[in-house]
Ligand binder design. Structure first.
Ligand code: NDP
Length: 245
């Protein structure tokens, strides 16, 4: 039996890309999934696919920028399944732009989704994890959480923040048997670059994404972190396409 069998896993941003692939991977290994995102039709479809393959999944439309909705999501998981073993803080957006163009609404959205969303997720699951003295928080950072490029300034700022928040969480919860994992992907073939509105940058980024790896490879890394024995914490994985700088 895998260490994933029977685990209750909450995944934000489950409606596409890495979140969707992770949900399918973990469901196939016997996890009970709680799926969250804003697009209801995608969540319904994913739940159906998982159930048709013999897996267990429920969903709730959730905007991670709302602390109340994140609290309600955690409550749903606790009511339905009695515990939360793993939170995958995966929801994220990447509308790259050059600073002088002042895409200030997009900066604010990135800060709200990529930073505040992660914090609200942590806040929602920590009380029950601390009470059980068991849990695992997996946060999606990025290669952009290590390396800053022109045009990725604000996005990289949010992903550096995710790594800082993860490390702080890890240190604060050392005594409570709560594992913390940072997943830092390079280019992965998903809908992520679609939100870029800076047309000076978009064509070059879409070109670079032609060599992207599939979301399944990131799902496998997440599964690997979860299936370690509870005294083994995989703290970070950097996963790039082999050719990526
Ligand atoms: P996708 O665009 O395919 O998926 C992003 C997910 O986030 C969607 O399910 C979307 O769902 C959800 N989301 C966006 N905003 C919100 C919100 N306000 N509330 C709830 N959910 C939201 O991209 P990826 O799968 O690639 O991205 C997943 C994570 O991986 C992100 O954190 C991203 O930064 C990170 N990452 C991705 C890389 C890549 O190259 N693809 C590289 C490095 C990191 P919905 O719109 O339905 O709400």
């Amino acid at each position: 039996m895998s260490n994933i069998q029977g685990k209750v896993v909450v995944i934000t941003g489950a409606s596409s890309g890495i979140g969707e692939a992770t949900a399918k991977k973990l469901a196939s290994k016997g996890a009970k999934l709680v799926l969250a995102a804003r697009r209801l039709d995608r969540l319904e479809q994913l739940q159906k696919e998982i159930q048709d393959s013999g897996g267990v999944a429920i969903y709730q439309v959730t905007d991670v920028t709302s602390n109340e909705q994140m609290e309600a999501l955690a409550q749903l998981a606790l009511t339905q399944f009695g515990k939360i073993d793993v939170l995958v803080n995966n929801a994220g957006i990447m509308p790259h732009s050059l600073l002088y163009k002042k895409h200030i609404d997009e900066w604010n959205q990135m800060i709200d989704v990529n930073i505040k969303g992660v914090l609200y997720g942590i806040a929602a699951v920590l009380p029950s994890m601390r009470e059980r003295k068991e849990g695992h928080v997996i946060n999606l950072s990025s290669v952009a959480g290590h390396v800053v490029g022109a045009g990725s300034t604000v996005y990289a700022g949010t992903k550096f923040a995710v790594r800082a928040i993860s490390e702080g969480l890890r240190k604060e919860e050392l005594g409570n048997n709560i594992r913390v994992t940072i997943i830092s992907p390079g280019a992965v073939a998903t809908e992520l670059p679609n939100s870029i509105t800076d047309m000076d940058l978009k064509p070059g980024i879409l070109e670079a994404y032609k060599g992207a790896i599939d979301a399944e490879s990131i799902a496998s890394a997440i599964a690997f972190a979860i299936e370690q024995p509870s005294n083994v914490a995989i703290n970070e994985m950097l996963i790039r396409p082999t050719h990526q700088e």
